[in-house]
Write a protein that binds this ligand. Structure first.
Ligand SMILES: [Zn+2]
Ligand SMILES: [Zn+2]
Ligand SMILES: [Zn+2]
Length: 455
C-alpha cells in the first residue's frame, strides 16, 4: 500500500500524545503518555506522535531544542502550555481545545509527504513548512550574535547561520519558498562577517579619526578660510592672511560650509567620511564594501508544496504506464522521436494533463481518494498505447507514439467523459502538441512554451 491509500476519512490515524515536563492534569492522564526522562522516548513509537510541553520557560526551551534536534521528532507537532522565549520559533502553538483537530490535520498532511528529507536541509525545511502551514519561518533577534538575527529552527537542525542565508536564497530562487515580510536589513563586515560594527566619521583626506567641528570664516578679499578665533584682532574681525578688516557679512566675508577640520592634516571639509570599524578585528571598511543582507520571514510557495507531495502524485499516475522516466530521459526520447518522425513521416502526440486545483485536493481527503479513482480510469484509456510519462510542474506529460489527429480526438473524447463523471471539485486541463515539430535545442523550454500559460 502506498501512503496515499492510507488516507481514509472513516479511520482516523492512531495518534500518540506525549506529555513532557510537569505531569498532565487528571483529565489528560488517560490520553497522554507522560515522560519525564527523555531516554524513555526511545521506547515509544514516535510514528504518529505529537508533544505537549508543560515546563518552566528555561526547561521548556531546552526540551524544544532537544526535540527539534532529533531526526525522529525534528518535524513533529509540538504544543506548549505557556509561551516561552523559544516557543514562537520552535513550537507549533499553545495547547488548547482544538488540539485534536490540529493533530488530525497534521497527521493527514504527514501521510501525504513523499519527499525523502533525511540529511537534506532544503527538503527538511520544505517538509516542516508543509506539515505546519501556520508556521512562518521567522528570524529571532540576537543582539549578542554576530548576525543580529538567526532562525532558531536552523540552529536546531545544525545549519550554521551563514549557511542558512544561502539556503534560503537557494530555496527562494528555485521558487519553493517565498518571502512574506521584510523584517530588517543588516550590514556585515567583509573581513569576518560580523555585524558588530562601529560607524566612525573620519577626515576625508588622511582618514584620521581626530576631527572636530568649528566655526570658520572666509575672507572675500584674499579667499582665506580659517578658524573664527584667528580672525579676531583687538575686538574687530580682521583676516589673519591679508589683514583686511571684515565689517559686513556677505560683503567682506561669509561663513563657509566647511565646518569640519582635521587636527592631523588641518584639512577643512563639509562632510566627514564615514567608515565601519569591525569590532571583531578592528579593520575599517568603506560603507560600500559592507555586505548587505535583508532579513525576511518565509513560507512555503505553491511549487514547494507540490514538491513535498510530488512523490505521492507521481505514484498516482505511475500505474498509467510502466515508463515513468526522469526528466532528462523523457526529453531525450521526445527529441529522438521527433527526428525519426521527421525522417519517416511518423506522427506522435504529447498530451499534458494538469490538475489545476491540486492544493485544494491534497488538503481534502475525500478528493484525494477520488483522484485515485481518476487514475484507475485514466490508465484504462491510455494503457492501450505505449505511453511514457513524466510528471512536471506543468502537469503529467504523456508521450503517445503513433497517434494521429483522429486518434487524438478519440483520446480527448474519453478524457473529457472521464473528467465530467468526476465531482466538480476537480479542475483538469488537457492540452497537446504533435510531432514532428520545430523543437529547437532545448526540449524542456519547448514543452514549457507549449504547455505553460494555459490557465
Ligand atoms: Zn572583522
Ligand atoms: Zn584675507
Ligand atoms: Zn586629515
Amino acid at each position: 500500500m502506498n501512503n496515499v491509500m492510507n488516507v481514509n476519512p472513516s479511520q482516523p490515524s492512531k495518534k500518540t500524545g506525549i506529555w513532557l515536563g510537569m505531569p498532565p492534569p487528571i483529565e489528560y492522564q488517560q490520553q497522554y503518555i507522560f515522560i519525564d526522562n527523555m531516554n524513555e522516548l526511545l521506547n515509544v513509537d514516535l510514528n504518529n506522535a505529537y508533544f505537549v510541553i508543560a515546563a518552566a520557560p528555561a526547561e521548556q526551551d531546552e526540551l524544544l531544542l532537544y526535540l527539534r534536534k532529533q531526526y525522529t521528532t525534528g518535524l513533529c507537532l509540538i504544543f506548549v502550555t505557556a509561551a516561552s522565549r523559544m516557543s514562537p520559533y520552535l513550537a507549533n502553538g499553545l495547547f488548547g481545545e482544538d488540539v485534536d483537530k490540529h493533530v488530525d490535520k497534521y497527521l493527514h498532511k504527514k501521510s501525504l509527504v513523499n519527499l525523502y528529507y533525511e540529511k537534506n536541509h532544503e527538503f527538511t525545511l520544505l517538509t516542516y513548512l508543509w506539515l505546519h502551514p501556520d508556521f512562518e519561518l521567522t528570524p529571532m533577534k540576537d543582539p549578542q550574535g554576530a548576525s543580529l538575527f538567526y532562525y532558531p529552527i536552523f540552529e536546531a537542525w545544525g545549519i550554521s547561520n551563514v549557511d542558512s542565508f544561502a539556503l534560503l536564497a537557494q530555496l527562494q530562487a528555485k521558487g519553493w519558498l517565498e518571502s512574506t515580510r521584510l523584517i530588517s536589513r543588516v550590514r556585515f563586515s567583509p573581513c569576518c562577517h560580523s555585524s558588530h560594527l562601529n560607524y566612525i566619521d573620519v577626515c576625508p583626506r588622511c582618514f584620521d579619526l581626530d576631527i572636530n567641528i568649528m566655526a570658520s570664516l572666509h575672507c572675500f578679499n584674499c579667499g582665506h578660510i580659517g578658524e573664527q578665533s584667528a580672525f579676531r584682532d583687538a575686538g574687530v574681525l580682521a583676516c589673519p592672511n591679508c589683514f583686511t578688516q571684515l565689517r559686513h557679512i556677505g560683503v567682506d566675508y561669509d561663513r563657509p560650509i566647511e565646518t569640519h577640520s582635521c587636527r592631523c592634516c588641518h584639512h577643512m571639509f563639509v562632510d566627514a567620511n564615514v567608515q565601519a570599524q569591525c569590532l571583531e578585528c578592528d579593520e575599517k571598511h568603506a560603507l560600500d564594501e559592507l555586505v548587505v543582507r535583508n532579513i525576511h520571514t518565509y513560507r512555503l510557495a505553491q511549487s514547494g508544496r507540490l514538491l513535498v507531495i510530488q512523490g505521492a502524485m507521481t505514484q498516482i499516475f505511475s500505474e498509467i504506464s510502466g515508463n515513468v522516466m526522469d526528466s532528462n530521459q523523457f526529453y531525450w526520447v521526445i527529441k529522438w522521436q521527433n527526428e525519426l518522425a521527421r525522417r519517416h513521416h511518423h506522427r506522435h502526440a504529447i498530451i499534458a494533463i494538469k490538475v489545476l486545483n491540486l492544493d485544494e485536493i491534497v488538503s481534502s481527503e475525500l478528493s484525494f481518494l477520488q483522484l485515485q479513482e481518476f487514475q484507475e480510469r485514466l490508465s484504462s484509456i491510455v494503457r492501450t498505447t505505449d505511453a511514457c510519462s513524466q510528471f512536471t510542474e506543468e502537469g503529467l506529460l504523456l508521450f503517445l507514439p503513433f497517434v494521429n489527429s483522429n486518434q487524438l480526438q478519440s483520446v480527448y473524447k474519453k478524457l473529457t467523459e472521464l473528467t465530467s463523471s468526476l465531482s466538480q471539485e476537480f479542475q483538469f486541463q488537457f492540452n497537446h502538441v504533435e510531432l514532428p515539430s520545430e523543437i529547437g535545442i532545448d526540449v524542456k523550454s519547448w514543452l514549457v512554451d507549449n504547455f505553460v500559460g494555459l490557465e
